[in-house]
Design a protein around this ligand. Structure first.
Ligand SMILES: [Zn+2]
Length: 96
């Protein structure tokens, strides 16, 4: 049977998932260590505070001009976010 050395108590465990001596997870700890070293997350950028304030103001506003402006800014922001995510995706795909 394959034995694994526990990173917590440094004893040999016959269970590769959970240490039979101290009961702590062995494999999960290893996996998380590998993850944090290599992989990068792809996430959309958050709108800056002023833009968010404008969105909230424009959503409540009854002025049709403000509403039109809101939709224009929204669509520009949507295109910007889409582009950033696309660039991030290409960068991650190219590096790995
Ligand atoms: Zn242990």
């Amino acid at each position: 049977m394959k034995q694994v050395k526990c990173p917590h108590c440094h004893q040999w465990s016959s269970d590769p998932e959970i240490c039979e001596h101290c009961g702590k997870a062995i494999s999960r700890e290893k996996r998380e260590l590998e993850k944090s070293g290599g992989q990068k997350k792809i996430s959309a950028p958050e709108p800056p505070g002023k833009l968010q304030q404008f969105f909230e103001y424009a959503q409540k506003s009854k002025n049709p001009f403000i509403k039109l402006l809101y939709f224009i800014v929204m669509s520009i922001w949507g295109i910007y976010v889409g582009l950033v995510v696309l660039i991030l995706y290409i960068a991650v795909a190219a590096s790995g």
